[in-house]
Every structure is written in structure tokens, then in C-alpha cells.
Design a protein around this ligand. Sequence first.
Ligand SMILES: [Mg+2]
Length: 251
Amino acid sequence: MTGQSDDALFLDFDGTLVEIAPRPDQVRVAPELAPALERLRGRLGGALAVVTGRPVGVIDDFLAPARFDVAGLHGVELRIDGVQVGGRAEDHPELRARLPQLQALVADLDAVLIEDKGASVAVHWRLATPSDAERAEAAVRAVAADLAGDYRLQLGKAVGEIVPAAATKGHAIRALMQRPPYAGRRAVFLGDDRTDELAFEAVNQDGGLSIRVGPGETAAARRLADPEAVRGLLYAWAETGRFDPEALPRA
Ligand SMILES: [Mg+2]
């Protein structure tokens, strides 16, 4: 079964389409990636979206001049068919009010970055010493605890992010699957991080196909080794129109 015309494809960005960089702004995007995604979107009747923790505008910059449907900030922002809903900083006064506290907690830590995304705030410690990384994680945990209820802490690879409690990638995929051109297709979701695991479970429950990128315990059904393997699969799918999940190793 190839499912070539019946799939809706949902793609995480960092660690899935592109290799993770030391700093989030240093990601390198293969020049053939966006054109291949556009071809593949054509084969899927338009049912292709990026599902990411990044803001929609950052994904646009990385994939320019192409424009894709994007669920950004773990689903806080959603842009479908060029129309964006949600994700405004001014909708999050409580989070905004806590930002100075978070900045003060990490101010003396080397190589710890705060990424203010408006409706969420991420603390990155990939380049920090182990002890500074520990303090950075403690700081973001403390501020997230103060905001508990309306916000939750989402831990990823050397990053802790305070996100609206209702925002998850699983919700974002389900929201997209309600609408054309996604509705009625099989959801296929590729992700690499623990933030993607709940979305794998949601996709599995809904009869879709989940694919984990890289090593680690996972709820996903299938696995690909790394972003290079992901790009190889997507380029071939775009070229031939054929995708055979049975050919992928079980996760
Ligand atoms: Mg990722």
C-alpha cells in the first residue's frame, strides 16, 4: 500500500527537516528542501504542513520564498491557506509580566539564550556549561511553575519552553485534519523530539502514521535515522509520488 494520494503530511522542522544547530538562528536549510516540499504538496493535493515550536514567520524566512501551511509555537499559531489565527503576544499578559523575572534568573549565565516568541518563551542552553544549563533549566521550571494552569513547561533538546497549556502539536494536527485539504486523508507526522511524542500518540489514535526521527524511546510506529534520511525520503516521494511506510524500520 503506497497511499500516494491519500496522505496528509505533517513535518516538524528542527531535527526533522534540518539538522539542529548550536543556536536556533544558525540552522542551515538545504537549498533543494523548499522546492521539493512544494512539489510534494502538489502531489498531496495541498495537504502538507510544518508543525513546529518556531513562530510561523521564522519558518517562512527559512523556506522563503515558498509559503507553507504552518502550525507554529506548538499550535498556538496556525496559518492555513495564507490566513493566520492566534499567537499574538498581547493575548498573553501574564506570560509577558513574568519575562523580566526569567531574564533576571539567567542574566549571569554564559551562553544561555532567551527566545521571546510572543505567545511563548524558550530558554536555550545548548552551548552552556553543565552547571549553567542546570541553573537555566531550574529558572525556566520556576517561572513555569508560577504560571501553572494557564501555561506549561515543555522540555526539548537543551531547551525549556513556557507555552500556553492548551497548545500542543497533537491539537494542531487534529485542527488541521478538520479542514480541507487535510480532512479525509491519513495523517503522517514526522518528528524528532520528546515534544513530538504526544502528537505521535494522537496520530496513532486517529489511524495515522507516526515516524520518529533519530534514536530514543518513542510512541511512533516507524523510524528514520536523521534529517538527511528524512530529506531523502521526501525528495524521492516528491519525485516519484510513491511512499511505502512498510519499507521503513519499525520504531
Ligand atoms: Mg524537532
